[in-house]
Design a protein around this ligand. Sequence first.
Ligand code: GLC
Ligand code: GLC
Length: 625
Amino acid sequence: MPDPRLGHVSTIEGERREFEGRLAVEEKRLRSLLAEIYGDHPGLPAALASTLDLVGASWRERSAELKDLDRRRSAQPDWFESNAMLGGVCYADLYAGGVPGLQERIPYFRELGLTYLHVMPPFRTPEGNSDGGYAVSSYRELNPELGTIDDLRALGEALRANGISLAVDFVFNHTASDHEWARRAAAGDPVYRDFYWMFDSREQPDRFEETTREIFPDDHPGSFVQLADGTWVWASFHSFQWDLNYSNPAVFRAMAGELLFLANLGVEVLRMDAVPFIWKQLGTSSENLPQAHLLLQAFNAVCRIAAPAMVFLSEAIVHPDDVLSYVRPDECQLSYNPLQMALTWEAMATRDVRMLQGALADRHRTPAGTAWVNYVRSHDDIGWTFADEDAARLGIDPFLHRRFLNDYYTGRFEGSFARGVAFQFNPRTGDSRVSGTTASLAGYESGDAGGPGRVLLAYSLALSTGGIPLIYLGDEVGQLNDYGQLEVEGREDDSRWVGRPVHPSRRYEERVDPSTPAGRLFGRMRWLIELRRRHGQFGGGDLVVLDTGNPRILGYLRPGAEGRPLLVLANFGDYPERVEPLALNRQAGRWADLVTDGVYDLRGGVTLAAHEFVWLVQEDVSPVG
Ligand code: GLC
Ligand code: GLC
């Protein structure tokens, strides 16, 4: 009979050995990364020693359940590449009245098929405008209106018990101006002044601003804001979001503590907010600098030692080369795919898939051990982040094209199906972005007949190009813009709120009734999700573009086991369109459409209705005779 007490002892012993094994590898990496970032900064030795103490303490406090998860994830590090993965995102308050309410919605999350839930930042924030939670006053307390930190832990546990990973933001580029560190800094404490970028005169801010970009020009020009006592402080986003000074190693150490706090709370996907901005350097744009990558890798090393189950999701909404630069197994294992998102909308407006096709051909591949998060829209605006050089190669003027897309999606273009709202129009640069829900952008709100088809088309791409599809919850029942949000105090000047409506209860009730628009859309969404879950070809990220010879029809192949690829054809036009047999001569034979069960003999070409897409697999070739 094995002595159960000895079993326990050997688990602890085994755990200790696992931890020490990881420490041996990652400590070296951490040391060399920090040495590269900080050189001979006098604060480095203390920050490093304290970070190492922290990882040890954090591991000791980590729950048995999470350590078990660590073990399972380490045994299967590509878990997020599975075709069963499906993400959802929502605000706790708007969607469920708070964090405990989210727990009550788990049966629905399961019905939909979610395996990961991103809860928008639920932490304590300043009163009034908090940039939708992205001004964090404390990483260890929730906004009391949403619940308590124990509620968040309980939510993580309940989700996990249902096969759903909790995703939460790490808003680590900045804190709220009323975070304790910020308050001490404003009061003149030199230790905390060094946590931010504070200057007594305009001299340095002027020099930095020669080369930085304006992110929220509606809020304030440039990158700095002035405090009542005359101090200038770096605030890339709103005046109440102060950028942290990572050139101070004590800031790295302090934020590593907040990171591990979230890890031990049960967060499995950590959404790394605004990664391009974390390192600043005079004479540069202070975006996407090499040190930003080293910092992320250093945070990653900390996490690999003390909470190896957790993965990072990069939020970089920048040039596609820069977006990709964060995606590495030792940096951010996951990244939003803003290019596919923006070009999906671009192709719907132009009824021309060439830019999207080019992006899938040349910019879709990510390193082994990483994956895209494919979304149709987020809580933010849509920015037209395609590469100018890609547009130019197709003979498209990038500046005029962005202007066209902004006009199109804000309904200023005659005949447009879209009802989006302009965001952060910058008269100085002509730059602008677009806010709105998927249904309103796709034509539901304007009453365009193509609305439902376009919503499905957009989500069919997110579900099938490879990576984790992410649904903005409410989209699956066709939720429209909510202009009432702009009447809430603190939200008037931020059009992104039209795309952040409250839980559409009536539409959700109708989801089971196929005679309603919500029911029809939901039924088809559910079916696509189910197909993705059933067929291994949707997993992983490999994709081969197929030139259909018709600029309105996108084509791609997803490799499958046993040489049975999935062939996707998708019509972005408003009329029936055809792929001629010649374009399909390498795929000849009979193919079955998973979506409709229809059978196509590709030797005769394929005709697709407006906004129709097919997910084809080759039929078994039955032996003759
Ligand atoms: C990210 C968030 C956005 C927020 C910004 C500043 O981009 O998605 O909502 O405004 O960071 O934290
Ligand atoms: C800018 C930032 C991006 C952020 C967005 C919020 O585009 O680059 O990180 O999501 O603003 O609107």
